[in-house]
Design a protein around this ligand. Sequence first.
Ligand code: MEV
Length: 415
Amino acid sequence: MSAFSGFYKKTIQERLEILKTERGISDEEAKVLLDSGALELETANRMIENMVGVNHLPLGVVPGFVINGKKYVVPMCIEEPSVVAGAAKAAKLAAQCGGFAADADEPVMTGQVQLVKVPEDAIEKFDSNKGKIAAKAKELASGMERYGGGYRECEAHLIETSRGKMLVAVFYVDVRDAMGANTLNTLLEGIAPMLEEKIGGEARLRILTNLAVRRKARAKCIWKKELIGGDAIEKILDGYELAANDIYRCCTHNKGIMNGVDAVAVATGNDWRAVEASVHAYAAMDGYKPLNKFYKNDEGDLVGEIELPLTVGTIGGAIGTNPVARIALKVLGVKSAQELSMVMAAVGLAQNFAALHALSTVGIQKGHMKLHASNLAVIAGAKGEEVERVVERMAEQKKYSAEAAKEILKEMRGG
Ligand code: MEV
Protein backbone atom coordinates (compact mmCIF):
# COMPACT_ATOMS: atom_id res chain seq x y z
CA MET A 1 0.00 0.00 0.00
CA SER A 2 3.07 2.28 -0.21
CA ALA A 3 1.58 3.84 -3.37
CA PHE A 4 -1.02 5.32 -1.01
CA SER A 5 1.47 6.83 1.43
CA GLY A 6 0.85 10.53 1.97
CA PHE A 7 -2.45 10.12 0.03
CA TYR A 8 -4.06 12.87 2.06
CA LYS A 9 -1.41 15.39 0.95
CA LYS A 10 -1.98 14.74 -2.77
CA THR A 11 -4.28 16.65 -5.12
CA ILE A 12 -7.56 15.04 -6.16
CA GLN A 13 -6.10 14.34 -9.61
CA GLU A 14 -3.01 12.67 -8.12
CA ARG A 15 -5.19 10.50 -5.88
CA LEU A 16 -7.20 9.40 -8.91
CA GLU A 17 -4.02 8.54 -10.77
CA ILE A 18 -3.09 6.26 -7.85
CA LEU A 19 -6.54 4.61 -7.96
CA LYS A 20 -6.07 4.06 -11.70
CA THR A 21 -2.71 2.32 -11.34
CA GLU A 22 -3.39 0.56 -8.05
CA ARG A 23 -7.09 -0.32 -8.31
CA GLY A 24 -7.72 -0.48 -12.06
CA ILE A 25 -10.02 2.55 -12.18
CA SER A 26 -10.53 3.62 -15.80
CA ASP A 27 -10.49 7.19 -17.19
CA GLU A 28 -14.25 6.93 -17.62
CA GLU A 29 -14.74 5.82 -14.01
CA ALA A 30 -12.51 8.64 -12.78
CA LYS A 31 -14.76 11.06 -14.68
CA VAL A 32 -17.80 9.57 -12.93
CA LEU A 33 -16.17 10.15 -9.54
CA LEU A 34 -15.40 13.74 -10.47
CA ASP A 35 -18.99 14.51 -11.45
CA SER A 36 -19.62 16.38 -8.25
CA GLY A 37 -23.01 17.89 -9.07
CA ALA A 38 -23.77 20.93 -6.97
CA LEU A 39 -21.03 20.26 -4.48
CA GLU A 40 -17.81 21.83 -5.77
CA LEU A 41 -14.87 19.47 -5.78
CA GLU A 42 -12.74 21.88 -3.79
CA THR A 43 -15.46 22.16 -1.13
CA ALA A 44 -15.79 18.38 -0.96
CA ASN A 45 -12.01 18.14 -0.69
CA ARG A 46 -12.09 20.36 2.38
CA MET A 47 -14.93 18.38 3.97
CA ILE A 48 -13.08 15.07 4.34
CA GLU A 49 -9.59 13.66 3.98
CA ASN A 50 -8.47 11.55 1.01
CA MET A 51 -11.41 12.74 -1.11
CA VAL A 52 -11.52 11.14 -4.57
CA GLY A 53 -15.00 12.03 -5.78
CA VAL A 54 -18.61 12.67 -4.86
CA ASN A 55 -21.39 10.12 -4.47
CA HIS A 56 -24.97 10.94 -5.40
CA LEU A 57 -28.39 9.95 -4.10
CA PRO A 58 -31.83 10.87 -5.43
CA LEU A 59 -33.56 13.78 -3.74
CA GLY A 60 -37.36 13.69 -3.73
CA VAL A 61 -40.05 15.83 -2.15
CA VAL A 62 -43.35 15.00 -0.47
CA PRO A 63 -45.65 17.98 -0.89
CA GLY A 64 -48.61 16.83 1.18
CA PHE A 65 -47.46 17.04 4.82
CA VAL A 66 -49.73 19.08 7.09
CA ILE A 67 -48.22 19.60 10.55
CA ASN A 68 -49.80 21.89 13.14
CA GLY A 69 -51.95 23.30 10.34
CA LYS A 70 -48.94 24.29 8.20
CA LYS A 71 -48.35 22.73 4.78
CA TYR A 72 -44.85 21.41 4.18
CA VAL A 73 -43.00 20.22 1.11
CA VAL A 74 -40.67 17.69 2.71
CA PRO A 75 -37.34 16.87 1.01
CA MET A 76 -36.17 13.27 1.28
CA CYS A 77 -32.83 11.96 0.08
CA ILE A 78 -32.77 8.17 -0.24
CA GLU A 79 -31.88 5.40 -2.66
CA GLU A 80 -34.61 2.95 -1.62
CA PRO A 81 -37.64 2.65 -3.91
CA SER A 82 -41.06 3.18 -2.31
CA VAL A 83 -40.00 5.21 0.77
CA VAL A 84 -40.98 8.57 -0.73
CA ALA A 85 -44.10 7.05 -2.29
CA GLY A 86 -45.07 5.56 1.10
CA ALA A 87 -44.58 8.84 2.94
CA ALA A 88 -46.61 10.68 0.28
CA LYS A 89 -49.50 8.25 0.60
CA ALA A 90 -49.57 8.37 4.39
CA ALA A 91 -49.20 12.17 4.42
CA LYS A 92 -52.11 12.55 2.00
CA LEU A 93 -54.39 10.37 4.13
CA ALA A 94 -53.20 12.21 7.27
CA ALA A 95 -53.96 15.58 5.66
CA GLN A 96 -57.50 14.39 4.93
CA CYS A 97 -57.81 13.67 8.66
CA GLY A 98 -56.56 17.09 9.81
CA GLY A 99 -52.83 16.40 9.60
CA PHE A 100 -50.25 15.86 12.32
CA ALA A 101 -50.03 17.62 15.66
CA ALA A 102 -46.40 18.00 16.71
CA ASP A 103 -44.26 19.64 19.36
CA ALA A 104 -40.63 19.61 20.43
CA ASP A 105 -38.57 20.25 23.57
CA GLU A 106 -36.16 23.15 23.77
CA PRO A 107 -33.03 22.12 21.80
CA VAL A 108 -30.97 21.07 24.81
CA MET A 109 -27.95 18.86 24.19
CA THR A 110 -26.20 16.84 26.86
CA GLY A 111 -22.46 16.31 27.32
CA GLN A 112 -20.28 14.25 29.65
CA VAL A 113 -16.86 14.66 31.23
CA GLN A 114 -15.41 11.44 32.63
CA LEU A 115 -13.13 11.77 35.65
CA VAL A 116 -11.17 8.69 36.72
CA LYS A 117 -9.13 8.06 39.90
CA VAL A 118 -11.51 10.30 41.82
CA PRO A 119 -11.47 10.72 45.63
CA GLU A 120 -14.16 9.17 47.85
CA ASP A 121 -15.85 12.56 48.34
CA ALA A 122 -15.91 13.44 44.62
CA ILE A 123 -19.66 14.12 44.54
CA GLU A 124 -19.48 16.36 47.63
CA LYS A 125 -16.63 18.29 46.00
CA PHE A 126 -18.62 18.65 42.77
CA ASP A 127 -21.62 19.92 44.75
CA SER A 128 -19.64 22.39 46.86
CA ASN A 129 -18.01 23.83 43.70
CA LYS A 130 -21.14 23.73 41.57
CA GLY A 131 -21.52 27.53 41.49
CA LYS A 132 -18.02 28.03 40.09
CA ILE A 133 -18.36 25.10 37.67
CA ALA A 134 -21.70 26.44 36.41
CA ALA A 135 -20.26 29.97 35.99
CA LYS A 136 -17.38 28.60 33.92
CA ALA A 137 -19.74 26.45 31.82
CA LYS A 138 -21.95 29.50 31.22
CA GLU A 139 -18.94 31.49 30.07
CA LEU A 140 -17.80 28.69 27.76
CA ALA A 141 -21.23 28.45 26.09
CA SER A 142 -21.88 32.21 26.08
CA GLY A 143 -21.66 32.31 22.27
CA MET A 144 -25.11 30.70 22.21
CA GLU A 145 -26.70 33.36 24.43
CA ARG A 146 -27.26 35.95 21.73
CA TYR A 147 -29.43 33.39 19.91
CA GLY A 148 -31.41 32.65 23.07
CA GLY A 149 -29.47 29.50 23.98
CA GLY A 150 -26.55 28.84 26.30
CA TYR A 151 -25.65 26.82 29.39
CA ARG A 152 -28.65 25.47 31.32
CA GLU A 153 -27.64 23.02 34.05
CA CYS A 154 -25.04 20.58 35.33
CA GLU A 155 -25.02 17.54 37.62
CA ALA A 156 -22.72 14.65 38.47
CA HIS A 157 -22.98 10.99 39.35
CA LEU A 158 -20.58 8.25 40.34
CA ILE A 159 -20.35 4.94 38.57
CA GLU A 160 -18.64 1.78 39.75
CA THR A 161 -16.69 0.06 36.98
CA SER A 162 -14.17 -2.75 36.67
CA ARG A 163 -11.52 0.00 36.48
CA GLY A 164 -12.66 1.70 39.65
CA LYS A 165 -14.97 4.51 40.59
CA MET A 166 -15.55 7.21 38.01
CA LEU A 167 -17.35 10.52 38.20
CA VAL A 168 -19.43 11.62 35.24
CA ALA A 169 -20.10 15.36 35.14
CA VAL A 170 -23.08 16.11 32.92
CA PHE A 171 -23.70 19.46 31.21
CA TYR A 172 -26.88 20.64 29.49
CA VAL A 173 -26.68 23.37 26.87
CA ASP A 174 -29.40 24.93 24.74
CA VAL A 175 -27.82 24.96 21.27
CA ARG A 176 -30.78 26.58 19.46
CA ASP A 177 -30.65 25.86 15.72
CA ALA A 178 -27.31 24.06 15.67
CA MET A 179 -26.91 20.32 16.03
CA GLY A 180 -24.66 21.42 18.87
CA ALA A 181 -21.73 18.99 18.86
CA ASN A 182 -19.08 21.70 18.51
CA THR A 183 -20.58 23.93 21.20
CA LEU A 184 -20.87 21.04 23.63
CA ASN A 185 -17.47 19.53 22.97
CA THR A 186 -15.74 22.92 23.27
CA LEU A 187 -17.45 23.45 26.62
CA LEU A 188 -16.55 19.97 27.86
CA GLU A 189 -12.88 20.28 26.90
CA GLY A 190 -12.80 23.78 28.37
CA ILE A 191 -14.26 22.79 31.72
CA ALA A 192 -12.32 19.55 32.26
CA PRO A 193 -9.21 21.21 33.84
CA MET A 194 -11.43 22.99 36.39
CA LEU A 195 -13.13 19.71 37.28
CA GLU A 196 -9.73 18.09 37.84
CA GLU A 197 -8.64 21.00 39.99
CA LYS A 198 -11.79 21.22 42.13
CA ILE A 199 -12.66 17.52 42.42
CA GLY A 200 -9.39 15.66 41.90
CA GLY A 201 -8.85 12.73 39.57
CA GLU A 202 -8.03 12.85 35.88
CA ALA A 203 -10.31 13.83 33.02
CA ARG A 204 -10.59 11.32 30.22
CA LEU A 205 -13.52 11.48 27.77
CA ARG A 206 -15.04 14.89 27.15
CA ILE A 207 -17.80 14.44 24.62
CA LEU A 208 -21.51 14.99 24.04
CA THR A 209 -23.88 12.09 24.37
CA ASN A 210 -25.96 11.42 21.29
CA LEU A 211 -28.70 10.14 23.53
CA ALA A 212 -30.29 13.58 23.69
CA VAL A 213 -33.22 12.81 25.96
CA ARG A 214 -33.84 16.50 26.61
CA ARG A 215 -34.25 17.18 22.91
CA LYS A 216 -37.29 15.16 21.92
CA ALA A 217 -39.86 15.79 19.22
CA ARG A 218 -43.35 14.32 19.19
CA ALA A 219 -45.99 13.86 16.50
CA LYS A 220 -49.52 12.49 16.56
CA CYS A 221 -52.08 11.76 13.90
CA ILE A 222 -55.60 10.31 13.96
CA TRP A 223 -56.33 8.40 10.77
CA LYS A 224 -60.12 8.31 10.53
CA LYS A 225 -61.96 5.01 10.32
CA GLU A 226 -64.25 6.33 7.55
CA LEU A 227 -61.20 7.02 5.41
CA ILE A 228 -58.99 3.98 5.87
CA GLY A 229 -61.58 1.41 6.95
CA GLY A 230 -62.08 -0.52 10.17
CA ASP A 231 -60.63 -3.68 8.67
CA ALA A 232 -57.35 -1.98 7.71
CA ILE A 233 -57.14 -0.50 11.23
CA GLU A 234 -57.47 -3.94 12.83
CA LYS A 235 -54.77 -5.30 10.54
CA ILE A 236 -52.42 -2.39 11.25
CA LEU A 237 -52.95 -2.92 15.00
CA ASP A 238 -52.14 -6.63 14.60
CA GLY A 239 -48.93 -5.67 12.82
CA TYR A 240 -48.05 -3.09 15.45
CA GLU A 241 -48.63 -5.58 18.25
CA LEU A 242 -46.06 -7.95 16.77
CA ALA A 243 -43.43 -5.18 16.91
CA ALA A 244 -44.39 -4.42 20.52
CA ASN A 245 -43.82 -8.07 21.50
CA ASP A 246 -41.09 -9.38 19.24
CA ILE A 247 -37.67 -7.78 18.87
CA TYR A 248 -37.10 -9.27 15.40
CA ARG A 249 -40.16 -7.50 14.06
CA CYS A 250 -39.51 -4.42 16.21
CA CYS A 251 -36.11 -3.88 14.60
CA THR A 252 -37.67 -3.81 11.12
CA HIS A 253 -40.60 -1.73 12.35
CA ASN A 254 -38.17 0.90 13.66
CA LYS A 255 -36.05 0.64 10.53
CA GLY A 256 -39.12 1.63 8.53
CA ILE A 257 -39.61 4.68 10.76
CA MET A 258 -35.96 5.63 10.27
CA ASN A 259 -36.34 5.31 6.47
CA GLY A 260 -38.30 8.54 6.67
CA VAL A 261 -36.39 10.25 9.48
CA ASP A 262 -32.97 9.53 7.93
CA ALA A 263 -34.08 10.57 4.44
CA VAL A 264 -35.00 14.03 5.79
CA ALA A 265 -31.78 14.15 7.85
CA VAL A 266 -29.66 13.40 4.75
CA ALA A 267 -31.61 15.83 2.55
CA THR A 268 -31.12 18.65 5.04
CA GLY A 269 -27.38 18.00 5.55
CA ASN A 270 -27.75 16.60 9.05
CA ASP A 271 -25.57 13.99 10.74
CA TRP A 272 -27.80 10.95 10.22
CA ARG A 273 -25.44 8.71 12.21
CA ALA A 274 -26.07 10.93 15.23
CA VAL A 275 -29.80 10.71 14.59
CA GLU A 276 -29.63 6.92 14.27
CA ALA A 277 -27.49 6.49 17.40
CA SER A 278 -29.75 8.71 19.46
CA VAL A 279 -33.02 7.19 18.32
CA HIS A 280 -31.87 3.60 18.63
CA ALA A 281 -30.37 4.08 22.09
CA TYR A 282 -33.68 5.68 23.08
CA ALA A 283 -35.62 2.73 21.67
CA ALA A 284 -33.51 0.40 23.82
CA MET A 285 -33.59 2.36 27.08
CA ASP A 286 -36.14 0.08 28.78
CA GLY A 287 -35.68 -2.96 26.59
CA TYR A 288 -35.90 -2.48 22.83
CA LYS A 289 -39.36 -1.12 21.91
CA PRO A 290 -41.18 0.39 18.93
CA LEU A 291 -40.50 4.11 18.60
CA ASN A 292 -44.19 4.82 18.19
CA LYS A 293 -47.60 3.66 19.35
CA PHE A 294 -50.75 2.74 17.49
CA TYR A 295 -54.10 2.36 19.22
CA LYS A 296 -57.81 2.89 18.60
CA ASN A 297 -59.75 5.80 20.08
CA ASP A 298 -63.39 5.58 21.23
CA GLU A 299 -64.59 6.37 17.70
CA GLY A 300 -62.61 3.43 16.33
CA ASP A 301 -60.11 5.69 14.51
CA LEU A 302 -56.43 4.77 14.36
CA VAL A 303 -54.27 6.97 16.59
CA GLY A 304 -50.54 7.06 15.90
CA GLU A 305 -48.04 8.71 18.23
CA ILE A 306 -44.28 8.99 18.08
CA GLU A 307 -41.57 10.49 20.27
CA LEU A 308 -37.94 10.71 19.17
CA PRO A 309 -34.83 12.41 20.52
CA LEU A 310 -33.62 14.30 17.45
CA THR A 311 -30.22 15.96 17.34
CA VAL A 312 -30.64 18.01 14.20
CA GLY A 313 -29.83 21.55 13.17
CA THR A 314 -30.68 24.07 10.50
CA ILE A 315 -27.32 25.84 10.63
CA GLY A 316 -23.68 24.73 10.82
CA GLY A 317 -22.04 21.45 9.85
CA ALA A 318 -22.61 20.20 6.31
CA ILE A 319 -25.55 22.60 5.92
CA GLY A 320 -23.03 25.40 5.43
CA THR A 321 -20.98 23.53 2.85
CA ASN A 322 -23.55 21.49 0.93
CA PRO A 323 -25.66 23.75 -1.32
CA VAL A 324 -28.25 20.99 -1.89
CA ALA A 325 -28.89 20.81 1.87
CA ARG A 326 -29.47 24.56 1.96
CA ILE A 327 -31.91 24.35 -0.95
CA ALA A 328 -33.69 21.40 0.70
CA LEU A 329 -34.13 23.47 3.88
CA LYS A 330 -35.51 26.33 1.81
CA VAL A 331 -38.00 23.98 0.15
CA LEU A 332 -39.01 22.68 3.58
CA GLY A 333 -39.37 26.19 4.97
CA VAL A 334 -38.71 25.46 8.64
CA LYS A 335 -37.75 28.37 10.89
CA SER A 336 -35.83 26.44 13.55
CA ALA A 337 -34.19 23.15 14.45
CA GLN A 338 -37.18 22.42 16.71
CA GLU A 339 -39.55 22.79 13.77
CA LEU A 340 -37.31 20.54 11.66
CA SER A 341 -37.40 17.89 14.39
CA MET A 342 -41.21 18.03 14.49
CA VAL A 343 -41.35 17.46 10.73
CA MET A 344 -38.97 14.51 11.06
CA ALA A 345 -41.09 12.95 13.80
CA ALA A 346 -44.21 13.31 11.63
CA VAL A 347 -42.41 11.78 8.64
CA GLY A 348 -41.26 8.84 10.79
CA LEU A 349 -44.81 8.20 11.94
CA ALA A 350 -46.18 8.53 8.40
CA GLN A 351 -43.57 6.13 7.10
CA ASN A 352 -44.52 3.49 9.66
CA PHE A 353 -48.22 3.95 8.92
CA ALA A 354 -47.49 3.45 5.20
CA ALA A 355 -45.38 0.33 5.86
CA LEU A 356 -47.90 -1.27 8.23
CA HIS A 357 -50.80 -0.43 5.92
CA ALA A 358 -49.07 -2.00 2.92
CA LEU A 359 -47.63 -4.97 4.82
CA SER A 360 -50.87 -5.90 6.51
CA THR A 361 -53.02 -5.52 3.37
CA VAL A 362 -51.59 -5.88 -0.16
CA GLY A 363 -47.99 -6.57 0.94
CA ILE A 364 -44.94 -4.43 0.32
CA GLN A 365 -43.69 -6.09 -2.86
CA LYS A 366 -46.36 -4.77 -5.23
CA GLY A 367 -45.34 -1.12 -4.95
CA HIS A 368 -41.74 -1.97 -4.34
CA MET A 369 -41.37 -4.14 -7.42
CA LYS A 370 -42.88 -1.48 -9.66
CA LEU A 371 -40.20 1.00 -8.63
CA HIS A 372 -37.52 -1.68 -8.65
CA ALA A 373 -38.59 -2.60 -12.18
CA SER A 374 -38.05 1.01 -13.37
CA ASN A 375 -34.53 0.83 -11.94
CA LEU A 376 -33.92 -2.40 -13.82
CA ALA A 377 -35.29 -0.92 -17.05
CA VAL A 378 -32.97 2.09 -16.75
CA ILE A 379 -29.99 -0.16 -15.96
CA ALA A 380 -30.84 -2.21 -19.07
CA GLY A 381 -30.58 0.98 -21.14
CA ALA A 382 -34.27 1.93 -21.58
CA LYS A 383 -34.80 5.62 -22.36
CA GLY A 384 -37.86 7.87 -21.97
CA GLU A 385 -41.14 6.07 -22.70
CA GLU A 386 -39.33 2.77 -23.11
CA VAL A 387 -38.92 2.61 -19.33
CA GLU A 388 -42.67 2.44 -18.70
CA ARG A 389 -43.15 -0.17 -21.44
CA VAL A 390 -40.33 -2.39 -20.15
CA VAL A 391 -41.83 -2.15 -16.64
CA GLU A 392 -45.27 -3.18 -17.95
CA ARG A 393 -43.85 -6.18 -19.78
CA MET A 394 -41.83 -7.27 -16.76
CA ALA A 395 -45.03 -7.12 -14.68
CA GLU A 396 -46.90 -9.19 -17.30
CA GLN A 397 -44.14 -11.78 -17.35
CA LYS A 398 -43.67 -11.53 -13.54
CA LYS A 399 -39.92 -11.54 -14.22
CA TYR A 400 -37.91 -8.89 -12.42
CA SER A 401 -34.25 -9.02 -13.29
CA ALA A 402 -31.71 -7.03 -15.27
CA GLU A 403 -31.53 -9.89 -17.82
CA ALA A 404 -35.32 -9.90 -18.28
CA ALA A 405 -35.29 -6.11 -18.75
CA LYS A 406 -32.49 -6.37 -21.34
CA GLU A 407 -34.31 -9.12 -23.22
CA ILE A 408 -37.59 -7.16 -23.30
CA LEU A 409 -35.80 -4.00 -24.46
CA LYS A 410 -34.05 -5.92 -27.23
CA GLU A 411 -37.36 -7.37 -28.45
CA MET A 412 -39.05 -3.95 -28.25
CA ARG A 413 -36.33 -2.41 -30.36
CA GLY A 414 -36.84 -5.10 -32.97
CA GLY A 415 -34.31 -7.72 -31.91
C1 MEV B 1 -38.08 -1.43 4.31
O1 MEV B 1 -37.00 -0.56 4.12
C2 MEV B 1 -38.90 -1.02 5.49
C3 MEV B 1 -39.99 -1.99 5.92
O2 MEV B 1 -39.43 -3.28 6.08
C4 MEV B 1 -40.52 -1.48 7.22
C5 MEV B 1 -41.46 -2.43 7.93
O3 MEV B 1 -41.38 -3.63 7.70
O4 MEV B 1 -42.24 -1.91 8.74
C6 MEV B 1 -41.05 -2.11 4.88
